[in-house]
Ligand binder design. Sequence first.
Ligand code: COA
Ligand code: AMP
Length: 632
Amino acid sequence: MSSYDSIYRRSLTDPAGFWGEAAAEIDWFKPWDKVVDDSRAPFYRWFVGGELNTCYNALDRHVAGGRAEQAALIYDSPVTETIQVLTFKEMLDLVSRFAGVLRRLGVNKGDRVIIYMPMVPQAVVAMLACARLGAIHSVVFGGFASHELSTRINDATPKVVVSASCGIEGSKVLPYKPLLDAALDMASHKVSACVILQRPQIQAPLTSGRDHDWDEQMAGATPVDCVPVAATDPLYILYTSGTTGQPKGIVRDNGSHTVATQWTMQHFYTIQPGETMWAASDVGWQVGHSYIAYGPMLHGATATLYEGKPVGTPDAGAFWRVISRHRIPVLFTAPTAFRAIKREDPDGQLVKQYDLSHFRALFLAGERSDPDTLQWAEKHLNVPVIDHWWQTETGWAIAGVPLGIERFPVKYGSTSKAMPGWNVQVLGADGQPVGTNQEGALVMKLPMAPGAFTTLWNAEQRCRDAYYEENPGYYTTGDSGYIDDEGYIFVMGRVDDVINVAGHRLSTGAMEEVLASHQDVAECAVIGVTDEMKGQLPLGFIVLKSGVERPHEEISKEVVAMVRERIGPVAAFKTALVVNRLPKTRSGKILRGTMHKIADSVEYKVPATIDDPTILTEIGAALKTVGYATKA
Ligand code: COA
Ligand code: AMP
């Protein structure tokens, strides 16, 4: 039996033994009584009775263990022409002092702190400072606008918000403070304080009595020590898109997250303590949590925080410069970043300009990897390129090739095999397992692996309904796909209203809510259409109320602006088509799937339940006007 097979099998037959051993790599203030507790299934709990501190495991123990002078975090920011290397000792100093700042502002164990920051080291410092206090952070991605931020403020009810005067996106300097101020005004929950990092590019006006300057606070801060928390206590909430405008607050605990994330560093990504890992993502996303803020430092390795883009900062050689400059052996990013690079440097000329001799593997996730892009990366980088399947909910890879265990061959189009702890199965429409090579709902038999989310913040029933209700005993991923006879998993796409735009997870349902709120819109639909660079792009259809006679272009422009203002630029919502009717089933369900196929010029069957098939021709004609449905 191969190493992968035996390790995988043991993780399912003896989870307590398997993860109990992994947990021995972590420092505990008090050992656990039970590795996995099923008394509240489907809400499984790990390392019950144990006490630890995640920040202690990321920083203090490495300083004490001889890594004080080793780099903990490399900040590489082409947009500000800055490179800063922070050692474990320096990080510990910053984090314990910022924990002191938060405590002085009233933050204690269990309190929430929202972090709305660009890709600067202070964002990671704030996250770890919360962990140090046993407070629960919730990082909100900078590309979300005020309304989305206010929704999260109302749900998480933070005592404090930590933010910055601006973010820098390529050549644009984007003020954050006006967005934060508007969100705070909109929110019914009132925070007691904000800490604002003033960046040299923009000085934000501070509201007296509420806003505090980061530097001033830090200058007078008293460092605080780690607060022991229960393994089952929440470490963070990370909001992700669901099917409605109300985002889902994914809750991750301290114990199982620390054990699983640390375990993946060597076993999955091959990173040894002392080496550097680079996850080219954002701290506002799951990958940024797991492999910028936590994973590397938990493992005594170095994390990379890159404030730049794959292209344009300054060119498509940016990734190779960073890898070569910091001797990075492993990069993890979204395929869209490689599509952007490939488009600008199709022959990989820029790759050749850098010494990448130490580089050993590329990991891609967040959306489907098209074989062309994957093969381009293989050819020009000459290292294993691993497509691995992820969700914010799972916190780490469900499937892939665990290079630290065994390098089995990849199959293009597949995210390879299930990782230890994840019992992945495929269910048919009747809820029963289907045979190999047959498509159905991708599910995980419970319990999931440690590190998976424990619940939705303030919404246990919604969590049951969304993930556990449809297939009792399983977690429903929302993805469809199949498993072949060698155990390779093929993820075919979402079955719900979630789309992936440039690796960013977005809800078409949330966009529909915005469109529907326009005074002239009677009904609407938003679908994800295939885009060569971003993977998917949202596209809206609106039906106007009768009697509305304003020019259609004007109304389209207004709804596009509304999505940008309410959800944020990251939604990349640029097109809304005015149509007379939407195709529906006789029971009134909008046929979004069929519209999607028409847009992508994919063969489709006219659904038997359709109310009026002629509408499909109208939809095809409307799509043609904006360059889709070219073969319709
Ligand atoms: N703060 C404020 N605005 C942001 C933002 C942030 N943190 N991140 C993105 N935006 C804005 C961008 O400026 C852009 O605005 P625009 O409409 O005014 O141009 C919009 O949101 C869309 O951004 P993005 O999706 O990044 O598209 P892009 O065209 O600027 O860049 C890529 C395209 C492919 C280079 C870029 O999407 C990329 O690097 N993707 C990798 C994705 C990734 O890391 N995903 C994480 C999962 S691993
Ligand atoms: P997120 O929660 O942002 O990580 O998005 C999770 C979703 O992205 C999954 O449910 C999939 O639909 C998609 N996804 C993530 N990784 C992959 C992959 N490697 N291949 C195909 N789809 C993926």
